[in-house]
Design a protein around this ligand. Structure first.
Ligand code: OFO
Length: 179
């Protein structure tokens, strides 16, 4: 059993993680349109992680015999005026998510939901990496400024991120499946 307030907040968190999945795909589309294919690829890998985050909450609620409720997503931003603005937004979005995880952790403590603790501890640790990644890349994009060569080098570097094995978001998975 999950305390009612905690269950409601976990269902809200599934929504926030799906919003992360969604906004990062908007960024995939934006970067691809700018011919920044490495950044688009990096964000597609990131979107995979966000789906996993949503499913961790989804499965946690189910395993504890409670009801999963998939809520409407907010309309988030779909356009950016520069790669820097997109990366800065990614950082701000991660900070927002960190705040939500902190709120959920506090709520679980207030409601004596000890069984939620291991999962929430995982998310608190994960958010350190999530913010650090977005912060590092936003800073690097800011550093290269108007230097197109620098931007292309960074883009190439970001293309090296590897999809988790078997990811359905990896174009290799669905282009092979439909061949
Ligand atoms: Fe990017 O951590 Fe989940 O949302």
């Amino acid at each position: 059993m999950i305390p009612a307030k905690v269950r409601a907040a976990m269902n809200e968190q599934i929504k926030h993680e799906m919003e992360s999945f969604y906004i990062y795909h908007s960024m995939v589309a934006y970067f691809a349109a700018q011919n920044l294919d490495g950044m688009a690829h990096w964000m597609r890998c990131q979107a995979h992680e966000e789906m996993v985050h949503a499913m961790k909450f989804f499965d946690h609620i189910l395993e504890r015999g409670e009801k999963v409720e998939l809520l409407d997503l907010r309309q988030l931003k779909t356009e950016w005026s520069s790669p820097l603005e997109a990366w800065q937004d990614a950082l701000e979005h991660e900070k927002f998510i960190t705040g939500k995880i902190h709120d959920l952790t506090k709520l679980a403590r207030d409601e004596d939901d000890f069984q939620a603790e291991p999962m929430l501890a995982w998310f608190n640790t994960e958010q350190i990496e999530e913010e650090a990644n977005a912060d590092r890349i936003a800073s690097q994009v800011e550093m290269v400024g108007e230097n197109k060569q620098g931007l292309l080098m960074l883009d190439k570097e970001l293309a090296a991120r590897v999809f988790p094995a078997g990811s359905p978001l990896d174009p290799a998975a669905y282009t092979a499946a439909s061949a």
